[in-house]
Design a protein around this ligand. Structure first.
Ligand code: GRF
Length: 212
């Protein structure tokens, strides 16, 4: 009986309530998930996600913009801090900052984000509000790789969520988050266990296919 490989090391970036992180922590506790959350890094010391991490016995770090002279120094500190935990995969789970070149260069292709719309529809910080304003009947959530743009990276996984006539931003976002936290946990687990390949805009989960 060969021993299973050690779980992949996952660092999660968060800014907010951390319900996405909570789902990933729960998923990672299942044997065979394939990844272990080794640290949670927040951009604010009062992020509730940090309390979830501490309760789970996971290392935490805060890299808050006001603590740095400028954006470049924050970007460099964020990259150093994340790198210090030696992640195989970095998940942005409600991290409300655009990340710069230091982190993108350090984890090119291994930086994953989640967004509450069916990208490329409704990128940016107000995806749920924008979907409501547009009057769409179906929206959803997207797990994607992070590139230098705003929510423009290649899509890894998506799931549709219906918009109800009486929805407001809060009710619709909560319905999306119910679906999103399952999608993120399932997708990150598959990436950790089976790997992924990126060809242009196309991401395929699973080990590299043999050249035929
Ligand atoms: C998620 O919908 C994520 O896509 C968006 O913010 C929400 C994070 O929620 N960027 P939480 O902080 O994980 O509860």
């Amino acid at each position: 009986m060969t021993n299973p490989p050690p779980p992949r090391r996952l660092v999660v970036l968060a800014s907010g309530t951390g319900t996405t992180l909570e789902a990933v922590l729960a998923g990672a506790s299942d044997t065979g998930f394939g990844a272990r959350v080794v640290a949670v890094v927040a951009d604010r010391a009062d992020a509730p996600a940090l309390d979830l991490a501490r309760t789970a016995g996971v290392a935490t770090a805060v890299v808050a913009p006001p603590d740095f002279a400028d954006r470049d120094q924050w970007d460099a500190a964020l990259a150093r801090t994340v790198t210090s935990f030696s992640p195989d995969l970095v998940l942005m789970a409600g991290f409300m900052r655009l990340v710069g070149a230091p982190l993108l260069d350090a984890f090119d292709g291994r930086l994953v984000n989640t967004h509450p719309s069916l990208l490329p529809a409704f990128p940016g910080a107000h995806a749920v509000r924008d979907a409501l304003a547009a009057g769409v009947k179906v929206t959803g959530c997207t797990v994607m790789l992070v590139d230098a743009g705003v929510d423009t990276g290649p899509v890894v996984a998506q799931e549709a969520v219906p918009v109800e006539d009486d929805d407001d931003e809060a009710t619709l976002h909560e319905r999306i988050k119910q679906v999103e936290r399952v999608l993120v946990t399932r997708t990150v687990g598959r990436m950790a266990r089976d790997g992924w390949t990126v060809t242009g805009r196309h991401v395929r989960l699973g080990p590299p296919q043999e050249e035929t």
